[in-house]
Design a protein around this ligand. Structure first.
Ligand SMILES: NC(=O)c1ccc[n+]([C@@H]2O[C@H](COP(=O)([O-])OP(=O)(O)OC[C@H]3O[C@@H](n4cnc5c(N)ncnc54)[C@H](O)[C@@H]3O)[C@@H](O)[C@H]2O)c1
Length: 316
């Protein structure tokens, strides 16, 4: 295997560290929030970030399941480099780093997930895929296991409906990207979610050193309902000639205390993701105020998706 490991987004952890000066991983002091074993499905940028923080901060053992051996290898390679860099910078000790590696058990065997008492799904944003996984979790997991999704935009109520017999144990723990950096996590309940399920999710994300915000199931939840229309409006300003990209980003950064300008942020999130979330808001509310900017659609059509394609509003 090549010694250069590239995972879009996770590479951005390093880039975003420079952007967010307040970045710090606290020295592990938390408890596990009642969780004995965490299960994470999907070893991509979000799943690996969640596994890493859970293993480092709440010190919980993690079963990390992915259908692709290649994804697991890339993620573990990246994790190794991240740990080495953090240890070299004195963020935590070599022993802490060794413990993180020991606590994460990667596997391609799906059934290994059933050993967990708290499961977080982080596979791609495809509704039938998530529903199929929640059907399997409902059938195979213990009757007291929390079944959580990291979805950005799919209805929690819809995902819970696929978990036949376990609907009240389905919740969303919506971690933000990059997981080691962003403190806030949305805890979203579907119509069927029991209050005890929400309480256990809140306790666990706190044990991971995160700050939970609870909301009900509504298109875009809280963060994306506010953030993505803000970005969309910035794109409309560019499209209609209100200002140049540099001026739009500069005034929001230097005049409104935003850590990044909205167009640079759109490039970081991915323009395809921004468009997908605008489309969810637009179709699920049928409200014209959520119409995606024409320029956003055109840029996605051109394959200019931001940092991950090396071209968006800026070149990378
Ligand atoms: N990337 C972000 O900025 C961000 C932020 C918040 C939430 N999310 C959400 O988190 C979820 C994961 O996003 P990501 O960016 O980590 O995706 P990703 O593409 O980086 O990773 C997804 C992983 O899931 C694996 N996978 C696919 N099918 C699988 C299956 N059937 N069983 C097990 N593993 C499977 C893939 O091999 C891949 O490793 C999505 O729902 C996304 O909307 C993403």
């Amino acid at each position: 295997m090549s010694s250069r490991i590239f995972i879009p987004g996770l590479q951005s952890v390093l880039r975003i560290q420079r952007v967010y000066r307040s970045f710090s991983i606290s020295v592990p002091t938390q408890t596990t929030g009642g969780v004995k074993k965490l299960g994470v499905i999907g070893a991509g940028q979000m799943g690996l970030g969640i596994s890493f923080v859970a293993a480092l901060v709440s010190k919980v053992p993690v079963v990390l399941v992915d259908s692709s051996e290649d994804s697991i290898n890339k993620s573990l390679g990246f994790l190794d480099k991240l740990l080495q860099k953090d240890v070299a910078k004195g963020k935590y000790s070599q022993d802490d780093a060794n413990q993180v590696i020991k606590r994460i058990e990667p596997t391609t065997k799906f059934d290994a997930i059933f050993a967990a008492d708290f499961i977080i799904e982080a596979v791609p944003e495809i509704t039938p895929l998530k529903c199929e996984i929640f059907g399997k979790l409902a059938a195979g997991a213990r009757s007291d296991t929390i079944l959580s999704t990291n979805t950005s935009s799919i209805s929690i109520t819809k995902i819970a409906a696929a978990a036949k017999g376990a609907e009240d144990r389905v919740v969303s723990t919506h971690f933000m990207n990059p997981v080691p950096v962003q403190k806030g996590v949305e805890i979203i309940s579907g119509l069927q979610t029991a209050s005890e399920t929400v309480d256990r999710a809140v306790a666990f994300v706190k044990a991971m050193g995160k700050i939970p915000s609870v909301s009900t199931d509504s298109p875009g939840f809280i963060a994306n309902r506010i953030l993505i229309p803000y970005i969309n409006e910035a794109i409309t300003c560019l499209e209609t000639g209100v200002g140049k990209k540099e001026d739009i980003d500069s005034i929001m950064k230097n005049g409104c205390a935003m850590p990044m300008g909205p167009l640079a942020l759109a490039d970081f999130i991915g323009l395809d993701t921004c468009l997908a979330i605008m489309n969810v808001l637009y179709t699920e509310t049928a409200d014209s105020k959520y119409r995606p900017a024409v320029l956003l659609q055109k840029m996605v059509d051109a394959g200019w998706l931001g940092m991950k394609s090396k071209k968006g509003f800026y070149d990378y």
